[in-house]
Design a protein around this ligand. Structure first.
Ligand code: CTP
Length: 394
């Protein structure tokens, strides 16, 4: 979403300004063009040199360049920007923005903006809670600006509470999730386990919770896509707006996928590789001798989607590996004709089935590899959706 976007990064005078350097770097890494605007006070917290080096653009804080006399045109800057991101947004700057006070270049540019403004407040606990500040924040939201909520935690004063600027990762997430560029696109997501019946009361299943697939459905909906979630049995509630198709077995999942025609397929389900050849109609009675159950391979749904892929379609698979992870996942990507494989290593602590966190590596068809830290499944889902977007629809 950020690729090729013109971002005006506004910085006002707070200690949280040190995070703006990381934010600037992250925006650049995601392919955005960044120009930085600072209030005169912000310059005391972080140097323009740091930000001009990171953004590869001049940094603006005064109406005119003191040496050359050149005028910094706030209207041109505002016109250039696809959006304005004020992080950190201090109480003072928020108050001025909410009340039409325009005494520096950053504010003049804000008041000239035609496109969206996001603001990430940063201040001490009691300042943050003050009714005047709360009213100003509400007022700014009322003008159509998007609040990136501050977080709870340790503050520069030593106090602990609300008012800390959102972490860089969450700011990026907040601006990415506003993007609706998948409107008109249909996304099929498979999720959860499959149950292969042995008899009317028993089955062969697995520990998949479905959380990853459901989180992906939510993020794809945020982008404006039509989402068909084909899910095995889980304890989860489908995100609002998704069309949920509930199935039990790998065969039913295959039939449900075949009935859809989509632009993007994400196969996050843990599909059984084998099904019971002849499930019993009656409950199998206990006997003393051993019991053998014959299994037949299931159809590989992802491979079938890959084999029938049309021009412009994008196909994403998952791979859970225990050895030679990257090579195995790469050969899986080729075999199943995928554009991207999300690799889970069983050796990564906290990753994989069941839990709320996941650690992934994304392998792309063009051999690009992205490694990610252990994160919540929701944050991982956002990374996957952003990564898909960077290769699809470009
Ligand atoms: N998959 C599928 N249909 C199947 C089996 C797997 O759609 N019948 C999909 C999964 O949803 C996942 C990917 O294939 O996206 C890889 O699954 P995985 O179990 O890691 O690989 P397998 O192909 O089953 O290979 P192996 O078990 O030998 O590693």
């Amino acid at each position: 979403m950020l690729k090729g976007k013109n971002v005006l990064l506004g910085i006002s005078g707070s200690i949280a300004a040190y995070k703006s350097a990381l934010l600037c770097r992250e925006l650049i890494k995601k392919g955005a063009n960044v120009k930085v605007l600072m209030t005169p006070d912000a310059v005391g917290f972080i140097t323009p040199l740091t930000l001009s080096t990171l953004s590869k653009n001049p940094v603006y804080s005064e109406y005119s360049d003191k040496k050359t006399g050149e005028w910094n045109n706030h209207v041109e800057l505002a016109k250039w920007a696809d959006f304005f991101l004020l992080a950190p947004a201090t109480q003072n700057t928020i108050a001025k923005m909410a009340n039409g006070i325009c005494d520096n270049l950053l504010l003049a540019t804000y008041f000239s903006m035609q496109n969206k403004t996001y603001f990430a407040p940063a201040m001490d606990l009691d300042m943050f809670k003050h009714p005047s500040n709360q009213q100003n924040i509400e007022r700014l939201e009322g003008f159509g600006n998007v609040l990136i909520p501050s977080e709870n935690g340790e503050l520069a004063s030593g106090l602990v509470g609300e008012g800390r600027m959102a972490e860089v990762e969450n700011i990026i997430k907040a601006i990415s999730s506003q993007d609706r560029s998948w409107v008109g696109k249909k996304v099929v997501i498979t999720a959860g386990p499959t149950y292969e019946a042995i008899d009317p009361v028993r089955f062969i299943g697995n520990h998949s919770s479905g959380k990853m697939g459901y989180a992906l459905a939510e993020k794809a909906l945020n982008k404006g896509a039509e989402v068909i979630l084909i899910s095995g049995p889980t304890q989860l509630t489908a995100p609002k707006g998704a069309k949920l198709i509930q199935i039990k077995s790998a065969g039913e999942m295959l039939a449900a996928v075949r009935a859809q025609e989509a632009n993007l397929y994400i196969c996050a389900a843990a599909v059984a590789d084998y099904t019971v050849t002849t499930p019993s109609d009656q409950k199998i009675k206990k006997k003393t001798e051993t019991l053998s159950i014959e299994l037949t391979p299931t159809v590989d749904i992802l491979a079938e989607i890959g084999a029938n892929k049309k021009e412009g379609d994008f196909v994403v698979g998952f791979a859970l590996e225990t050895n030679n992870e990257v090579e195995n996942a790469q050969s899986k990507m080729q075999r199943k004709n995928c554009d991207m494989i999300i690799l889970n290593s069983l050796w990564d602590k906290g990753a994989g089935f069941g839990g709320n966190d996941n650690k992934i590596t994304i392998l792309h068809k063009d051999n690009n590899i992205q490694n990610f830290e252990l994160k919540s499944k929701s944050a991982v889902a956002q990374d996957i959706i952003d990564s898909i977007q960077s290769k699809w629809l470009v």
